[in-house]
Ligand binder design. Structure first.
Ligand SMILES: [Zn+2]
Length: 371
């Protein structure tokens, strides 16, 4: 297609010169107004795309992605011009970046919806589907993350609480109780004031230690001895009150262990256990996503990154997997390298392979991973 693009008649007309100027500014407001094709690469983009700028003689403008496609161009993988047109995922992704950058803004639902160009209802629903949290929970998760960062450096808890956008310390204590698992003071002091009880159980991949607060599991890990496992638990929560579970174990705890063992034996594909763990907003998204990978299946770090809407965050996804403190309950063993290699596992590759093979055998999948 040659010459200036035909622009939609129902909005203000953009001539070629205006398109070019908007492109030079990488003007986000121009996104959706026109699309930019580069003849030398065969790719078309949104005006705000951050990929390298083309020579003007190779650039053509199109009113719609369809026009660009019919000129033989392919959608850019970086700015995903098709998604922004129809799929709210990219808008939600941008919204997440915005909230992360400004955790202390009020971010009420109406503002967020307007920013994403979606109705409040639509935003609420698609946000939850894409991120695993409601927008409100996400805003809080970002604040909690900022709070955790400032708690590590700040002398003054109250100040850090206000600084993270919570407004009043009673509110953060109330929220943090469910979101952090521990209150800010407890978190700052490595779990001081938190009572954790633990027990061990045999599993197909060796000794398993399960630690819990009265709200849920905070530790599920494998090791070679109870001493080593207890060491790992103490390292995770250095100031918590840690004690062996009394016998008989409380009924909830017995149920949690039974669920974990049934799951490991392949008799309970879906596992839903209350967790009492600490997470950054990013970890929370990764971990929520991991819980959606079905029993017996694996995905690559790249697929998980794409799945949470951050395709370039592969390494950060791998780090989030490696920092999981509750094995199996958050099935980080189901994530492997795109090449089919196992990647890493906090509790050793042999255990990871056994877990994957076990799940596949139960699912009747009869191929195995390269060794
Ligand atoms: Zn692009």
């Amino acid at each position: 297609m040659e010459g200036p693009a035909r622009m939609a008649q129902d909005r203000s007309m953009w001539n070629e010169e205006q398109c070019w100027e908007a492109l030079e500014r990488r003007d986000r407001n121009a996104d959706g107004q026109f699309y930019v094709g580069v003849l030398s690469t065969g790719i078309y983009c949104r005006p705000s795309c951050t990929s390298r700028r083309a020579l003007r003689k190779n650039v053509r403008f199109y009113a719609t992605p369809q026009e660009a496609e019919s000129a033989g161009l392919r959608a850019c993988l970086r700015c995903r011009p098709l998604e922004t047109q129809s799929d709210p995922a990219a808008r939600i992704q941008e919204l997440c970046r915005h909230v992360e950058a400004h955790p202390d803004d009020p971010h009420d639902l109406a503002d967020l919806a307007a920013r994403a160009g979606l109705s409040r209802f639509h935003l609420q629903r698609s946000f939850k589907a894409a991120v695993g949290l409601t927008p409100k929970q996400y805003v809080e998760a970002c604040r909690v993350r900022k709070l955790k960062q400032s708690l590590r450096t700040s002398q003054d808890v109250a100040e850090a609480v206000y600084d993270a956008g919570f407004g009043s310390s009673s509110r953060v204590y109330e929220r943090a109780d469910t979101r952090l698992g521990m209150t800010p003071n407890q978190y700052r002091r490595g779990g001081r004031g938190v009572a954790i009880t633990y027990a061990t159980a045999e599993s197909p991949v060796g000794l398993m230690m399960i630690g819990a607060t009265d709200r849920g599991l905070c530790f599920v890990q494998f090791g070679d001895s109870e001493d080593a496992l207890l060491g790992a638990l103490r390292k995770e929560y250095p100031a918590a009150g840690i004690a062996p579970m009394g016998t008989p174990h409380p009924v909830e705890f017995r149920n949690w262990i039974a669920a974990l063992t049934n799951h490991l034996a392949g008799n309970q594909p879906r596992l839903e256990l209350p967790l009492d763990i600490q997470a950054t907003a990013f970890q929370m998204r990764v971990w929520n996503y991991l819980q959606s990978i079905p029993y017996g299946e694996v995905q690559s770090y790249g697929e998980v990154a794409a799945g949470i809407g951050q395709p370039s965050a592969t390494r950060a996804v791998a780090r989030a997997c490696a920092s999981n403190t509750v094995a199996i309950a958050i099935p980080c063993h189901r994530v492997i390298r795109g090449t089919g290699e196992l990647g890493g596992y906090r509790w050793g590759l042999a255990r990871k392979r056994t877990l994957i093979d076990l799940e596949r055998a139960k699912r009747g999948v009869c191929f195995s991973l390269p060794r």
